[in-house]
Design a protein around this ligand. Structure first.
Ligand SMILES: [Fe+2]
Ligand SMILES: [Fe+2]
Length: 245
């Protein structure tokens, strides 16, 4: 069996143990398979389809908070925590500390591609407009140095994307727009504190930011995902990523 076949067999065995059939969204597998092909689904054997909590994941509280998502749905968040701590150390405004803590949440828990935009959209109903704006544009600003504030093109990007990578026209356009915006420096400060060479020996706890989040993140009382905000569905999808509909 090839690695892919083995993975598929393991997945099939696992789905057999679930009492609900799980069908993956196209975006989860697009690229690994041709998205035009029908999505593979295990035989249902008379079972119902997944419509809520997936038992393979830790159960979220009924009214989940931002920190619940950090703990129960997001991948390792050392990058976010260490960036936020650096922002504190650099003495920036608390709102920017929050922006640094949350700037890559789409990578941590949702969709990596165009992560600045997805992160901003997830957060928009709950944070200052300026914070969401800064997070949206940090993605484009990361590609453009600003020596005046000590921001250079990341070494890491040379390694990741090659020396000849040139940001696409829509990213250049977003950069030009952000560069001339009154909130440019908010977004720029996210990139300045965006720490990639993080120290694996340094442990930063989420609790370090409880107060900052309490002051600058409007946690909905119904829980993220259940508050009918324009982003609620995105939080629900992170909570229940395998719901059939
Ligand atoms: Fe980012
Ligand atoms: Fe980042």
């Amino acid at each position: 069996m090839t690695t892919l076949q083995r993975a598929e067999a393991a997945e099939h065995a696992l789905s057999q143990e679930l009492d609900r059939v799980v069908v993956k969204s196209v975006i989860f597998t697009s690229g690994e398979r041709d998205p035009r092909e029908p999505v593979k689904r295990p035989p249902d054997d008379g079972r119902l389809y997944m419509m809520g909590h997936d038992p393979r994941l830790p159960k979220m509280p009924d009214r989940p908070t931002l920190f619940d998502f950090f703990r129960l749905r997001f991948g390792p968040s050392a990058h976010l925590l260490q960036s936020a701590r650096l922002a504190v150390k650099n003495g920036v405004d608390e709102k920017i500390v929050l922006a640094c803590l949350l700037h890559d949440i789409a990578i941590a828990g949702f969709i990596r591609s165009d992560h600045g935009y997805w992160s901003a959209q997830l957060l928009e109903p709950y944070v200052d407009e300026e914070v969401a704006w800064g997070i949206r544009y940090h993605q484009a600003l990361r590609f453009f140095p600003d020596e005046a504030v000590g921001y250079r093109y990341p070494e890491l990007y040379l390694k990741l994307f090659g020396a000849d990578y040139v940001p696409e026209p829509h990213i250049q356009e977003a950069y030009r727009y952000a560069r001339n915006h009154k909130w440019y420096m908010t977004s720029r400060l996210i990139t300045v504190n965006d720490l990639y060479s993080f120290d694996p020996t340094v442990q930063v706890e989420l609790e370090e930011f409880t107060d900052v989040v309490g002051r600058h993140f409007r946690q909905p009382k119904e829980g993220l995902g259940f508050d009918q905000s324009p982003a609620a569905h995105m939080w629900r999808t992170i909570n229940w990523p395998t719901r059939y509909l």
